[in-house]
Design a protein around this ligand. Structure first.
Ligand code: SAH
Length: 383
């Protein structure tokens, strides 16, 4: 497949995506084919998966001519798991494959104990589903492999949204052990692939700083709340999803935690109500869903982050801790810091930075692929 100079430059700069406007000649490539990519000078750039419908036409798999077969996939998957053995501590739930960051663009694999959940997010990886599942069975001998292909990005690839079991049987009750907590996971229906694994290390960090009366906004299945409960008098944990809260409650009970009060509510309204009622907290967690899903949404997202952090800061006592997150790739850490700084001025509070954190190490960040760095987590303290 022939691409222009711009695409060649992009590949040379270490980025695996080639946009459809930079493809000069598609040849006879069929949707999802592994193709050889060539620059205008006839030089081979490498091997890529071709998508016939996405704006991202090519995702580089290798800088060499490469048969994309079971042996290739097995090698990449084994390398990904080997890295997790180095970086994952205290959890049998973690991300085994993080797409581009593991040189397997379009593929996500999460491990939950002896079950695996995979997502194939482009045409090429989707066609390799059976081969990938076989490799996973070989590496992990799991009880089940599930395809959670209900992620909306698949629509851009013309792929159906569906969830199905590819191998084995999913147990009624999937439980994992993370940071000393026993957690139930809804593999087939939970948000993302079940748990927000990317916050695993930030949950521990939060537990180091949390105390007093705490408020965990956007708690989902209780990630932060469950981790900080032992350090706090009480935790109010809020989410708009009843199903997520149901799992969170089960998890609290299973771990003998009784000082969390779960509440189904809109976090924005709840924060406003608490301010009006003069409620005070010593610890607040803000972990909202991505406010900026595209570049054009950045301005609106920054207003959202300013607003929510303003509301949070107003509720904190002096000395109080704010753990505030953004999972929008388009909002950089610098932008988030600035939004929260503005919020602190508006709230009339002086705020110091205790920690600047990011996604857990099983979601690796590649230096030349900025999209792989998406999660920001600031631990702040009101002076
Ligand atoms: N803190 C969680 C992950 C949060 S994901 C953890 O560490 O595991 C974001 C959550 O925000 C989702 O559970 C979603 O249901 C919830 N949510 C989205 N909009 C909301 C709103 N307006 N009010 C409250 N919760 C909301």
């Amino acid at each position: 497949m022939l691409v222009n100079r711009k695409a060649a430059g992009r590949v040379a700069s270490g980025h695996p995506w080639i946009f459809s406007s930079d493809v000069v000649d598609r040849g006879a490539a069929a949707p999802g084919d592994a193709v050889r990519v060539v620059d205008p000078g006839g030089r081979l750039l490498g091997t890529a998966h071709y998508s016939s419908s996405s704006l991202i036409s090519l995702r580089m798999l290798s800088r060499r001519p490469q048969a994309v077969d079971s042996a290739f996939l097995l090698g990449r998957l084994q390398a990904a798991e080997a890295h997790r053995r180095l970086v994952v501590r205290g959890s049998d739930a973690y991300r085994v494959v993080f797409g581009e960051a593991d040189q397997l663009p379009g593929l996500v694999v999460d491990r939950y104990g002896d079950c695996l959940v995979m997502q194939t997010l482009d045409q090429g990886m989707d066609r390799q589903t059976a081969a990938i599942a076989e490799c996973l069975v070989e590496i992990f001998t799991p009880r089940a492999v599930v395809a959670r292909n209900d992620a909306s990005v698949r629509s851009r690839e013309g792929l159906p949204l569906e969830t199905r079991v590819l191998y084995g049987q999913v147990p009624e009750d999937v439980r994992v052990t993370m940071n000393g907590l026993r957690l139930q996971v809804d593999l087939m229906g939970g948000q993302k692939t079940g748990i927000f694994l990317d916050q695993r290390e930030n949950h521990l960090a939060a537990a180091r700083w949390a105390r007093g009366k705490a408020l965990d906004c956007f708690t989902c299945t209780g990630g932060f709340a469950l981790h900080i409960a032992a350090q706090c008098e009480t935790v109010e944990a809020v989410d708009s999803s009843a199903a997520a809260l149901e799992t969170a409650r089960t998890n609290a009970e299973a771990n003998g935690i009784s000082n969390i009060h779960f509440l189904e509510a809109n976090a924005f309204d709840l924060l406003a109500g608490h301010a009006a009622a003069g409620r005070r907290f010593q610890t607040i967690v803000l972990d909202p869903p991505a406010f900026a899903k595209s570049r054009s949404a950045i301005e609106g997202a920054l207003r959202g982050y300013r607003e929510i952090n303003l509301r949070g800061l107003k509720l904190l006592d002096a000395g109080g801790v704010l753990i505030t997150c953004s999972c929008s790739h388009h909002v950089s850490e610098a932008m988030l810091l600035e939004a929260v700084a503005q919020a602190s001025l508006d709230a009339g509070r002086t705020v110091r930075v205790l920690e600047r954190r990011t996604q857990a190490l099983d979601h690796p960040i590649l230096l030349t692929v900025p999209e792989t760095h998406y999660l920001k987590c600031l631990v702040l303290q009101v002076v």
